[in-house]
Design a protein around this ligand. Sequence first.
Ligand SMILES: [Zn+2]
Length: 264
Amino acid sequence: MSAAAGSVVLMYHAVPDGVLGPDDADPHYSVSMAQFRAHLRLFADLGLRPSSVRDLLPHRGLPSASRGLALTFDDGHQSNFAAFAELAAHGGSADFFINPMTVGATGYLTWAQLREMAAAGASIQSHGLNHVFLDELPAAKVEMELALSRRRIEDQLGQPAELFAPPNGRMPAGLTQQARELGYSAICSSRPGVWLDPHAAEIARVAVLAATSTATLEGWLRRSPWTIGPALVRASLLRSGKRLLGNGRYMAVRRALLREHRAP
Ligand SMILES: [Zn+2]
């Protein structure tokens, strides 16, 4: 496995253990704890140690041999606390993209939990101040989402966010440049692909969904083009849909697309 260049960056959301509660996220994006444990076994079988994107940034100075796989979790769900404990027990780490405004709300991580995770090596990063679509905001508000979330995280955890993941993958023109000007190293987007250039301003991620089978995940990690292909096609359909349809209709079409592409 070490022959492949760059890193595959996986995007998770909630990892509920058992039945989904009313405060849990979109079930399409939720991976059960049992699935997640199967993923951890797969990574070990393939000789891949999951890292955070932050720890693979060039300025951290890690040898390139340690690249290969990074895990990220969006939205700061309460279930991420147990998922990180499981991951850390396997010697791995991940980035957690949080919205400071929802930290401590029902179903979400608290600052105390985030501090504990950060002390154990988790990378806590910004998903914006609120979970709002940046391509629908005036430029001044986009800047607030980027700058204030970074400062809030620094105030609470003692270190500023280095990475930014735009909610729903929505990227207004110039977002990567703006993020860099405000002190971020890179954007973790929702465009699928492999992270090849360590200095890239935008880092591609592949979404792990409830319907993603372990075999599909293995195909991604082995970089099989016929398995990562459908993910690229789906992402391009979802992206063009965002431009062509209004938000409400887009969300309905998105749900239909995600169901349609559910793995057997
Ligand atoms: Zn999100």
